[in-house]
Write a protein of this length. Structure first.
Length: 207
């Protein structure tokens, strides 16, 4: 599985609301007709005016073939937000969902640099050592690890059913993060928490 993320920074609240409505009422219908499309999610920080929209694809060929269609959507979306996009493509290395029907509402995201690390080893550590601990966090809904082997970066996301569970889990989540850094020798590039405004991903489990 593969994913393309577009990060927009600098929008006002009204722009974000227009963008969310556009995604839910128009974009999903357009993309559902594109071969290999697996779903879309959108994380927002209303205070900072930041938005990360991610589309998932069954194969790298399907993702690349969708570029023209996605570029048009991204242009209109960015116009609503009045913000430029930073685009990155990923391999979805790990995806796991809790065995509940709780709706995902909030996310914690960590961006990592793996310049001096073995990417496959990092994936194995995440899957075998870190994910079992993440799954035990209160209000846990799902977790994923995406990697960019070309740029030696990775993105780990954990989703929770409420803002309260996100906050309560924060201290233990940082302890899990620190253990991962020690075990894999990766560098933390950034970390942030977001409201999950749109959640229509259908990426299958890889665990």
């Amino acid at each position: 599985m593969f994913a393309r993320s577009s990060t927009f920074l600098g929008s006002d609240r009204d722009g974000l609301e227009r963008g969310i409505t556009y995604i839910e009422t128009e974009v999903m219908d357009v993309l559902s007709e594109v071969h290999g499309f697996v779903g879309l999610s959108m994380m927002v920080d209303r205070g900072l005016g930041e938005c990360i929209a991610t589309t998932a694809w069954a194969t790298v060929d399907a993702m690349r073939a969708s570029s023209d269609r996605i570029t048009a959507v991204r242009g209109r979306f960015g116009g609503m937000l009045q913000a430029p996009a930073k685009v990155q493509e990923w391999e979805v290395a790990v995806m796991h969902r809790a065995g509940t029907t709780a709706a995902e509402r909030w996310c914690r995201v960590i961006w990592l640099r793996t310049d001096h690390s073995d990417v496959d080893y990092c994936i194995d550590v995440y899957r075998g050592s870190l994910l079992p601990r993440v799954k035990e966090l209160p209000g846990f809904c799902s977790a994923s690890l995406m990697v960019d082997r070309v740029h030696n970066t990775a993105c780990a996301t954990a989703a929770f059913q409420s803002l309260e569970s996100l906050q309560v889990s924060r201290e233990e989540a940082w302890a899990i993060r620190d253990a991962g850094i020690r075990d894999t020798d990766v560098d933390i590039m950034d970390a942030a928490e977001y409201e999950l405004a749109v959640a229509h991903l259908r990426v299958p489990e890889t665990v």
